[in-house]
Design a protein around this ligand. Structure first.
Ligand code: BG6
Ligand code: MG
Length: 223
């Protein structure tokens, strides 16, 4: 018998919207000021990682160290630059198919939650006009443990009133896939199989998919 899925938990950056490019531009501006070389390839390492952990990776790339206070000032500086980009975020920057996929799944009775590390989640959801597509919103302001800790997803399932095993996580980051698994949930990778080797299934994006395609692919993968 096929498994009964009732909850869908979505990462934000890289799953619903391409904010990675703005994170990159903001980190790059800070790194340039600090004289630390920072490339798009380096930026891949920051996906799904918290703001402070991201900066620590940049310091490691530059072979530099700072006091906690200095690090916090740099993170605040980066966030101020990032927020300026977010103020200009347009509704059409929502990835294609996201709204249709979520509205269709909700009509079919699935509960939806956001599970994002970002402390800017609410602003992004509002700019994209999709706040009302979620029954629960768990973000970096509500949980302290960063992915791959499962807290952001287990808190989402709890707020939806569901067991972890009833939930499917949509993730573009390795740390997020691991968080889903540690929470006892199935992970749908958004991206490539190469980048997300551990996800149960991988799709390039939500565009063109319906929830029943996802549950069928999960069943075929043996979940
Ligand atoms: C994640 C992003 O969703 O949020 C990371 O993938 C980012 O790149 C993290 O560092 C924290 O975001 P913010 O908006 O709180 O700095
Ligand atoms: Mg992400």
């Amino acid at each position: 018998m096929n498994k009964q899925w009732n909850g869908l938990l979505f990462d934000l950056d890289g799953v619903l919207v391409d904010t990675a490019k703005y994170h990159f531009l903001a980190w790059k501006q800070l790194a340039d000021r600090l004289g630390i070389p920072f490339t798009l390839k380096d930026n891949e390492r920051l996906k799904g990682v918290s703001r402070m952990a991201s900066f620590e990776i940049i310091l490691e790339i530059g072979g530099r160290s700072m006091t906690q206070e200095e690090k916090e000032a740099c993170c605040a500086e980066k966030n101020a630059i990032y927020v300026e980009y977010l103020k200009k975020l347009r509704e059409d920057e929502l990835f294609p198919g996201v709204r249709d996929f979520m509205e269709d799944a909700r009509k079919k009775g699935y509960k939806t939650a956001l599970g994002s590390a970002s402390k800017n989640s609410m602003m992004i959801l509002e700019r994209l006009g999709i706040t009302d597509l979620f029954d629960a919103i768990i973000d970096g302001t509500k949980v302290s443990a960063a992915k791959p800790d499962p807290e952001v997803f287990t808190a989402g399932a709890r707020e939806l009133g569901l067991r972890n095993e009833e939930c499917i996580v949509f993730e573009d980051a390795v740390a997020g896939v691991e968080a889903a698994h540690r929470g006892g949930m199935a992970a749908v990778g958004i991206g490539t199989r190469e980048a997300l080797p551990k996800a149960e299934i991988v799709i390039p994006g939500l565009n063109g998919y319906h929830i029943e395609d996802i549950t069928r692919l999960l069943a075929e993968s043996g979940v």
